[in-house]
Design a protein. Sequence first.
Length: 182
Amino acid sequence: MVELTTPLNSDDLEKLKAGDRVLLSGVIYTARDAAHRRIKGAIEKKEKLPFPLKGSLIFYVGPTPPPPGKPIGSAGPTTSGRMDPYVPLLLEQGVKGFIGKGKRSQQVKDALKEFKGVYFVATGGAGALLSRCIKSSEVIAYEDLGPEAVHRLEVEKFPLFVANDVHGNDIFQQGVEKFRIS
């Protein structure tokens, strides 16, 4: 088990291998489809961004409203493939990783290798359990998007797996190869 704290840097990520279990602590940011489109537009127009991209980690999630006394409701990962077109640009701007579920395109895997980024997967269907690791949540941008607004989350020992590492390894391919029935 590897423990990491944000912000992330290339040295942190060089040590990780696809399949590693990680407990992540620190600040992460949420963004889904609509927020990615707006962030891309802001980058292209050289406008102020909703959070510092350098060393950041983006969690693909649309959390539910918090129950009384809790910072957030259920916070399970969404399918990552819809955000694939934005990944190379975000990595180029200094983002170091993404959290979601499901496989990534070859374009994303190549960009992760080129810019030394990592794709983590969180357990799908376990949003209520994952929310226990979120100590605070604050909407910081695009409030009009509702649950897809950008949130600043403080997490503690948030459980993840490395799906794609900086070396080009892919746990989804490795798993198929390892357990292929001839």
